[in-house]
Design a protein around this ligand. Structure first.
Ligand code: NAD
Ligand code: TYD
Length: 380
């Protein structure tokens, strides 16, 4: 039997956050799950329609920078855990507007840490039984090169230290002890927030954990990111804007596997530790785009590869990181977590979900989703 807990999940109306909220609300009926989200353009309460009436769930519209509001909420709900996902998350937006990223990702995280510190230090048991879990990205480590053992063309088969065999585009991987070398304003702001979280452990003894995850994909992702944007564009027969030559490599993880990892780490992870989360699943953008076209066309009953002509090479993203590749051996070894889905299965599920949920997508692209909060929550 689990002990009862009262947990704030920040950014729970976003892509990954909504999966974490759903998992914990359904799995732990004795827990109180409080979703704190400002509802920026990326927050969509329609992602949580299926659980919004559950008795162990509460939504609070609040900015994480609102120190007094967060502190009052922690006192009211006797919060003993925070799982922090709220962030500005899109690299392209960070290039246009870096200040918003510094405000939410850096100042917001600091404000949340300080509110948690204030409340937990008021308790007679102090930090005992408390946990501040910060969700971060592999992008803080910078970019990896594409290198291969002599005479072998990437991708080549290699083995992780856990023994797991996988395809790779380079010989180096992001490990937990790697130096931070962020390149985009987004990754710089996430790196800074990671440092603040660790500083609160080292300085005040706050029980913190940080995880750094690779690119996620799956249902409910905002259609500014590669996979949902391209599925929607293929459906609408709109151009598919491939940055540069499409040669950049990303390591993709199905979002429900990330949510499962977060559950495992929140409950069993070691305080002050960092865990990298990834699927050993590297893909060149152009290859993933071809898989998306093939799968979407097939599921729509179109001719195979009918929409390849939509591929449009456009100017590269400034400072575009060449390759991300996570080594998640530590998490596998220490906590027994592994991705559950093969990529082919995950992509099939993802494309099928977007095709079956055209109304969800339509309400986002029309802007109607932003009215949902006023219709459903104001006056509650
Ligand atoms: P998202 O953009 O889909 O959602 C972010 C959520 O945070 C939204 O609901 C938004 O309304 C909320 N938010 C933004 N600013 C806020 C503020 N000031 N106060 C309160 N709420 C605010 O993001 P995502 O893709 O679900 O990412 C969630 C977290 O996971 C982020 O911290 C991100 O850095 C990290 N991450 C994402 C990925 C990925 O592939 N998407 C990979 C690794 C790590
Ligand atoms: P994205 O989904 O924005 O995630 P991230 O930048 O955090 O990795 O982009 C994934 C990859 O796809 C990245 O290499 C940039 C590329 N990309 C395009 O080529 N075209 C697009 O329209 C987008 C949004 C991304």
């Amino acid at each position: 039997m689990e002990t009862k807990r009262s947990i704030i999940i920040t950014g729970g109306a976003g892509f990954i956050g909504s999966h974490v909220v759903r998992l914990l609300v359904n799995k732990y009926p004795d827990y109180r799950i409080i979703n704190v989200d400002k509802l920026t353009y990326a927050g969509n309460l329609e992602n949580l329609k299926d659980i919004e009436g559950k008795p162990n769930y509460r939504f609070v519209r609040m900015d994480i920078c609102d120190f007094d509001g967060i502190l009052a909420l922690m006192r009211e709900e006797k919060v003993d855990g925070i799982i922090h996902l709220a962030a500005e998350s899109h690299v392209d937006r960070s290039i246009k507007d870096p200040f918003t990223f510094a405000r939410t990702n850096v100042i917001g995280t600091l404000s949340l840490l300080q509110a948690a510190r204030t409340y937990w230090e008021e308790q007679k048991e102090g930090y005992e039984g408390k946990r501040f879990y910060h969700i971060s990205t592999d992008e803080v480590y910078g970019a990896l090169e594409m290198t291969s053992p002599e005479g072998i063309e990437p991708p080549f088969t290699t083995r992780a230290s856990s023994g797991k065999k996988h395809l790779a585009y380079g010989t180096r991987f992001f490990t937990e002890d790697m130096k931070y070398q962020p390149h985009s304003p987004y990754s710089a702001s996430k790196a800074s927030s990671d440092h603040f979280v660790r500083a609160f452990h080292d300085t005040y003894g706050m029980p913190t954990i940080v995880t750094n995850c690779s690119n996620n994909y799956g249902p409910y992702q905002f259609p500014e990111k590669l996979i949902p944007l391209f599925i929607n564009n293929i459906c609408q027969r709109r151009p598919l804007p491939v940055y540069g030559k499409g040669e950049n490599v990303r390591d993709w993880l199905y979002v429900e596997d990330h949510a499962r990892a977060i559950d495992v780490i929140f409950h069993r992870g070691q305080v002050a530790e960092t865990y990298n989360i990834g699927g050993f699943n590297e893909w060149k953008n152009i290859d993933i785009i071809k898989v998306l076209i093939q799968t979407t066309d097939r599921l729509l009953g179109r001719e195979e590869n009918e929409d390849v002509g939509l591929i449009t090479y456009v100017t590269d993203r400034a400072g575009h990181d060449l390759r991300y590749a996570i080594d998640s051996s530590k998490l596998q070894r220490e906590l027994g977590w592994e991705p559950s889905l093969q990529f082919e299965e995950g992509i099939e599920k993802t494309v099928s979900w977007y095709l079956a949920n055209g109304e969800w997508m339509r309400r986002i692209t029309s802007g109607e989703y932003e009215k949902y909060y006023d219709e459903m929550y104001s006056g509650r």
